[in-house]
Design a protein around this ligand. Structure first.
Ligand code: CP
Length: 305
């Protein structure tokens, strides 16, 4: 494929190749001099229509560590505010020499559409409620580093599943790799019919946590809750927040993940976020390694990768 839009599109072999390459990139990151010349002469443009700290910065650093030229477009200071379309914006960037456009957009499907307009490669950095494939890859890398194989792992994904592109990408990726995925949250925040993707759904956090080897907490996305939140934040936190007592139900050596940004004290207590089981900071580092791997694989080879 020319573009990376979804985890759904990737085969098991492609996922394994990306994760193996990311492991090698992590070794590059451990060296004193991180900069390698691999992508000299290549241009990467970050086109973010939504806010981001981790994804945008890690793509920028990943490109720079490999000597690519990386440009960030802030849509609030670009001609997007004058009404320029996604197509025209993308073509303009391509005509300036972009080899890869990394796009985040509030509309599901925007990266796929952009990819159809451009010869440059497109990476989805999160589109609406749809997918966030590079987040799932860094999550899977983190799980593999600690637990070895993904096959057979019980992974509980807890929280605002409805609005979560992170959940959707992880569901596709993890089920493909043979993990046993449990989804948990209030019925108002879990869409119907997800079981057909090969996951288990429960509204009882204790059932989701029981013997889970990985607990992935999701941010409650208040900015996307047009009709208000039900249950209320206080109820949500009481029913679905992860705290030290609840975590004792999970496997002894379980991992706690969160894609960030966190609402401390709502979906996760500060004590758990900073606790022994938390690998949240490692996820951030793996974000750079995974994005280096993808840029390398996508810019180093002409067609398939
Ligand atoms: N996890 C994630 O996508 O974080 P940002 O929104 O900060 O990029």
């Amino acid at each position: 494929a020319k573009d990376l839009i979804t985890m759904e599109q990737l085969s098991v072999e492609e996922i394994e190749n990306i994760l193996q390459t990311a492991r090698e990139m992590k070794n590059v990151l451990k060296r004193d001099i991180k900069k390698i010349p691999t992508l000299r002469g290549k241009a990467i443009i970050n086109l973010f229509y939504e806010a981001s700290t981790r994804t945008r910065t890690s793509f920028e650093l990943a490109g720079k560590y490999m000597s690519a030229d990386v440009i960030n477009i802030s849509t609030s200071t670009s001609s997007v505010v004058k009404g320029e379309s996604l197509k025209d914006t993308g073509l303009t960037l391509e005509m300036m020499g972009a080899d890869i456009v990394v796009i985040r957009h509030s509309m599901s499907g925007a990266p796929q559409m952009l990819g159809q307009y451009l010869r440059a490669r497109v990476i989805n950095a999160g589109d609406g409620f749809h997918e966030h494939p590079t987040q799932a890859l860094l999550d899977m890398m983190t799980m593999k580093e600690h637990l070895g194989e993904l096959k057979g792992l019980k992974v509980a994904i807890i929280g605002d599943i409805l609005h979560s592109r992170v959940a959707r990408s992880n569901i596709h990726g993890l089920t493909k790799m043979g993990a046993q995925v449990w989804l948990c949250g209030p019925p108002t925040l879990i869409p119907h019919g997800l079981e057909k993707l090969g996951v288990k759904v429960t509204y009882d956090i204790n059932e989701a946590l029981q013997d889970a080897q990985v607990v992935m907490m999701l941010r409650i996305q208040l900015e996307r809750q047009k009709a208000g939140l039900f249950p209320t934040l206080r109820e949500y936190s009481q029913l679905f927040g992860l705290n030290r007592e609840r975590l004792q139900l999970a496997a002894k050596d379980c991992l706690v993940l969160h894609p960030g940004p966190m609402n401390r004290g709502i979906e996760i207590s500060g004590e758990v976020a900073d606790g022994l089981h938390s690998v949240i900071n490692e996820q951030v580092t793996h974000g750079v390694a995974v994005r280096m791997a993808l840029l390398y694989l996508m810019l180093g080879q002409k067609e398939e990768w």
